[in-house]
Ligand binder design. Structure first.
Ligand code: MRU
Length: 360
């Protein structure tokens, strides 16, 4: 039996050594088979055991599948009620990444449509299949984005990335890290510079681990070093992810992204974000974008697995916004599975969403 905790925290220090739960593709089947309780999935998303915009969408979809399969409902109305409740619980976990809400809506819509059959078992089956479809599509889209984005990478590029956008942030393969991985697999000689990404250190813990494991030349820097390296022309391109992209081209991503974008603009370094269309929010405007505030303890203490150790005076007040917003004028291009969007984004992103069947 797979240990849920090992899957959700794929990087561990054991006997002083880091080790990896060996997978490029996270075995979601095992995860959902392991727990019967969607509340456990919600907790895993909230506590960032599962993190990264596309991954929390996939996890939430499997959370809905758990709710459907293990519900005691005897008729359609009871089942739909249970699903609504699960949707509510799962949607309260993290507010910024739109993929979470997108996946929950998609599963719920599928359930509602199937409910017209009047067959409870059919609804359960449809919900589970929808979760699998979201997982499968996420991997396919990542691979497609990888190929599309790799066209923008040249031999000799030194690429800065931020946070973790790899197999651990998606159902597998990665968004920005998928692009980097694809370029490397095409034989391009590249180097990657990964930021530490305080406070949670997704870069230091997860991205670096993925890069080392793939054999991609990489260096780790602390978040404060970006400006200096750009001023010394040590970075030729930036590729990072997104948690929510608005049709205006504004996008929310891991805290620190905005300052990287400002520096890239100043130093004329091309700056790309990479995300599947499930990260594009066709409805919200800038003033409706919610930036998650996380526990001050994340800033006061060391990242996992040393989170018991304080780096400061424990009583100090802190800010801890988990994301920031980068405006479109700082963005060279947005890589999606439908192609690269270029400015003006209010035109190019709409075109991409229309291709996906949205009526906007
Ligand atoms: C591929 S997800 C977008 C990322 O760039 C990043 O912001 C992210 O992984 C989200 O952060 P996290 O808070 O770790 O869930």
């Amino acid at each position: 039996m797979v240990n849920l905790d090992e899957i959700f925290k794929p990087i561990y220090f054991k006997d002083g050594q880091m080790f990896w739960i060996d997978t490029r593709y996270i075995p979601w089947e095992e995860i959902w088979r392991h727990t019967k309780d969607y509340n456990r999935v919600a907790q895993a998303i909230k506590d960032m055991e599962i993190r990264g915009a596309p991954a929390i969408g996939v996890a939430a979809a499997f959370g809905m599948a758990l709710a459907a399969i293990y519900s005691n409902a005897r008729n359609i109305d009871e089942l739909l009620k249970d699903l609504e409740k699960a949707k509510e619980v799962l949607s309260k976990t993290r507010p910024t990444a739109v993929n979470l809400f997108w996946a929950l809506d998609r599963v719920m819509q599928a359930a509602l449509k199937a409910s017209e059959s009047g067959d409870v078992e059919k609804v359960r089956e449809v919900v589970l299949n929808e979760a699998y479809a979201i997982q499968r599509e996420d991997i396919e889209q990542n691979v497609r984005m990888g190929k599309i984005g790799a066209e923008l990478i040249e031999d000799g590029d030194v690429i800065l990335t931020h946070c973790n956008t790899g197999a651990l942030a998606t159902a597998g393969y990665g968004t920005a890290l998928g692009v980097i991985r694809a370029a490397w697999e095409q034989g391009k000689r590249i180097e990657v510079i990964a930021t530490e990404t305080r406070p949670v250190a997704q870069g230091a813990r997860l991205t670096v681990w993925e890069l080392v494991r793939e054999g991609i030349p990489a260096k780790l820097i602390s978040d404060t070093m970006v400006g200096y390296l750009m001023s010394k022309k040590k970075i030729s391109k930036v590729f990072l992810g997104a948690d929510r992209i608005l049709l205006s081209g504004h996008f929310a991503n891991k805290i620190g992204t905005y300052q990287i974008a400002v520096l890239a603009h100043y130093h004329k370094v091309p700056f790309y974000t990479v995300a599947p269309t499930s990260t594009i929010d066709p409805k919200r405007t800038l003033d409706q974008l919610v930036i998650e505030e996380r526990s001050p303890e994340e800033v006061r203490r060391c990242p996992y697995p040393y989170e018991k150790i304080y780096v400061t005076v424990p009583s100090i007040d802190v800010y801890n916004p988990a994301f920031d917003v980068t405006p479109p004028e700082l963005v060279t291009g947005i890589v999606t599975e439908e192609g690269v969007a270029y400015p003006p984004y209010w035109v190019s992103l709409r075109e991409i969403m229309r291709k996906k069947g949205y009526q906007i």
